[in-house]
Every structure is written in structure tokens, then in C-alpha cells.
Write a protein that binds this ligand. Structure first.
Ligand code: ADP
Length: 234
């Protein structure tokens, strides 16, 4: 079996609690109300926001607040074997958990009957695309000027070769023992998303959540920096 940790370093040379390289750019698309582009290790994703606009068809409207509708999509060329186009079970699930996380931060009560539509296009996938997409989506919402309590900051933690490690790469994701994506509202540290694939003891779980939350705070700084860069002086 392939060794994922050697001499205290991971297969790509990272330390256990080290993130991959991250770049976030706000406001990259002219026709969307808000947008963001994000590179996170080998992941590349675009997020585009439209709205708030009248929700259609009308029966999906909520008379007291806006609904947030996410569509997460992986491009055919985003993975090594060409991906079949269109929604599958995985992308429907990811779209749903993203919508729920984002609904918690948007002041939806300010826009009754409206829909805020968030499109996430994964151009290149390398494990951790739901965290990449969600992080980019909240920057795109901020870029669209949609009133929010806070950003959503997200990162995954996992277990490989018996060690808790941050932000799994593709090989670690394939061969590791557990994967635990987390998203939080950084200011209050409320957890908006927590999924788990694999097995962890309670001690490992607690360690993983702590490590993931700290990383989310690092991501939060990068999100704010992306907004400052786009809107200097605001
Ligand atoms: P996440 O991307 O959030 O980590 P998963 O754990 O479901 O979500 O997927 C891990 C990785 O597996 C993805 O980032 C992608 O690189 C790869 N992957 C997911 N779906 C497919 C697919 N249909 N075909 C090929 N590779 C895929």
C-alpha cells in the first residue's frame, strides 16, 4: 500500500496542518451581479450570483424571505475521465448543502418572494471542490452587494496514515481513512456545514474540527483580502 506520510511530511510535502496554495479574486464576470474565481491547490472554480430577483415559478416563492438556490456543476473536463454532463446525485446533494449554508448568512428576510441564484462551476477538480465552491460563492454574494451576516468559510480535514491532516489533496482523498468538510460563519464560529466520510474516534474528531475551524479562519482572511483588493477604500 502506498505511503501517504513520510518523515512527518505529506505526499505533496505539506505539514499536517498546512493548506494548499489559495487564490481568490472577486468580481471576474461582467454579466453576473456578483462573481468570484478561486484556485485552491489543483481546484479551479467560478461562482456567479444573480439576484435578488423574483423567484420563478411563483409556487417556489416564500412570502416572508428570499430563497437561495445554488447549482454546483462540474465541467466535463474538470476530472481525468470525462464527466457525464448534467446533475447527478452528488451534485444535487452538494447544491443542497451549499444552499442551506448560504441561507444562514444572507439576510433573506429583507427580500420576500425573491430568489438569489448562485452558480458554481468547477473547472478543475482535485478534492475539496465543495469547500472551494462554498468559499467562492460567499465572496460572489458579497461582490453582488447582497447583505450578509458574514462570509461562509470552508475547509476539509481528514485522516491519512493514522494522522489528522488539513485540506486533503486528491491522492489523500482517494487513499485516506476519513474526510470531513466543514464550513463556518467565522465571526461567531457557528458551524454551517459538517459532513463526514470514513471513521474517526471522538478524540480524532475533536482534533479534526479544531484544525478545520482554524483553517476556516485563515480562509476568512483571504476572503476579506479579495474584497479589499476589488473595492479598495470601502
Ligand atoms: P469534494 O470535491 O468536495 O472533495 P468528493 O469528496 O465527492 O467532493 O470528491 C472528491 C474528488 O473526487 C473531487 O474533487 C474530484 O476530484 C473527484 N470526483 C468527484 N466526482 C467525480 C466524477 N464524477 N468523476 C471523476 N472524479 C470525480
Amino acid at each position: 500500500m502506498e505511503q501517504l506520510i513520510k518523515d512527518g511530511r505529506r505526499i505533496d510535502g505539506r505539514k499536517f496542518d498546512e493548506l494548499r496554495q489559495i487564490r481568490i479574486e472577486a468580481g471576474v464576470l461582467k454579466r453576473a451581479d456578483g462573481s468570484a474565481y478561486m484556485e485552491w491547490g489543483g481546484n479551479k472554480a467560478l461562482a456567479a450570483v444573480y439576484g435578488p430577483r423574483e423567484a420563478r415559478p411563483r409556487h417556489i416563492q416564500n412570502p416572508t424571505r428570499a430563497i437561495v438556490q445554488c447549482r454546483y456543476n462540474m465541467a466535463a473536463f474538470s476530472v481525468s475521465d470525462r464527466k457525464r454532463q448534467g446533475p447527478d446525485r452528488r451534485s444535487v446533494e452538494i447544491s443542497k448543502i451549499m444552499s442551506e449554508a448560504l441561507e444562514h448568512v444572507v439576510f433573506t428576510e429583507q427580500f420576500p418572494r425573491a430568489s438569489i441564484d448562485v452558480y458554481i462551476e468547477v473547472l478543475q477538480a482535485d478534492a475539496g471542490t465543495r469547500c472551494t465552491g462554498l468559499t467562492a460563492a460567499s465572496v460572489a454574494l458579497a461582490d453582488a452587494g447582497i447583505p450578509m451576516r458574514d462570509f461562509v468559510s470552508s475547509c476539509a480535514v481528514g485522516k491519512v496514515d493514522g494522522q489528522i491532516v488539513l485540506d486533503l489533496g486528491k491522492q489523500e482523498d482517494n487513499l485516506g481513512d476519513a474526510d470531513l468538510p466543514i464550513a463556518i460563519m467565522p465571526r461567531t464560529k457557528e458551524i454551517l456545514l459538517l459532513q463526514m466520510d470514513g471513521h474517526l474516534t471522538i478524540e480524532e474528531f475533536n482534533k479534526a474540527v479544531d484544525m478545520g475551524m482554524n483553517a476556516c479562519m485563515e480562509i476568512y482572511e483571504m476572503q476579506k483580502e479579495a474584497m479589499r483588493k476589488k473595492y479598495p477604500g470601502d
